[in-house]
Write a protein that binds this ligand. Sequence first.
Ligand code: MN
Length: 285
Amino acid sequence: MKLCRFADNRLGLVEGHVVKDVTAIHNRLPAARYPLPRHDTFIAALPGLRGYIEGMAINAEAIPLENLALLSPAANPGKIVAAPVNYKKHLEEVIGDPALHHGVQIKQIQEIGLFLKAPSSLVGASSPVRLRFPERRTDHEIELAVVIGKRASQVSKAEALDHVAGYAIGLDMTLRGPEERSLRKSIDSYTVMGPWMVTADEFGDPADAGLHLQVNGETRQQANTKDLILSVADLIAFASSFYTLEPGDVILSGTPEGVAQVHPGDVMTATIDRIGTMTVRVEAG
Ligand code: MN
């Protein structure tokens, strides 16, 4: 099942080139009262809603995908957890280029662990990335994004994937410089997720998915998640050993080699096997 969010917080079931509007399913969610829960109530309830969504879609209007403004499929994650330097060839390119490591960022993930991106940085595929500091370098990073479906605290690697709701394409946009990652990568619009979420059952094995990023039609990054240093299951076990992962939280699993600068006017086309393709514009801030 592919689920998208679009327009004014509407929910869609993606079927080929059309979307069925199933927003009314939100009426089945538990009423939320102050203080709002830390988790995403729709993602948490999704296992019990799938039959209703499929039933509702049968008679729903089919809207062409090309006409829709896509929002992030994870509406409001409490945490966006991200994995730094999680592909060997990316580690090698970072070590070899002072413009990437700035003398401080040269260790791999087992030594430096994870970092958090501000949820306010998150946008969907139809929103441009806006370069906030035009005099500085901003790079693209394509990553497999994981949406947590079930609360995970201190889970083992063997149990980890049972806690995943689905997967999406992620762009971890990165301002280069010596500051902490959590600052440089948390600028508004510097996390893109989309074009939709593919549920875990449909996506299959996260340890074998090809990733491909083009800028203006030219290939910049091409890799496969089988080359991750820490797998998706490793990342969930690692993250949940420090903090509780809630439904709707997002894990960005790390970017492969080929990171490079983007400029205003560029168009990024990001593809991950079994998810699809999203096209994201780059604009001046
Ligand atoms: Mn990254």
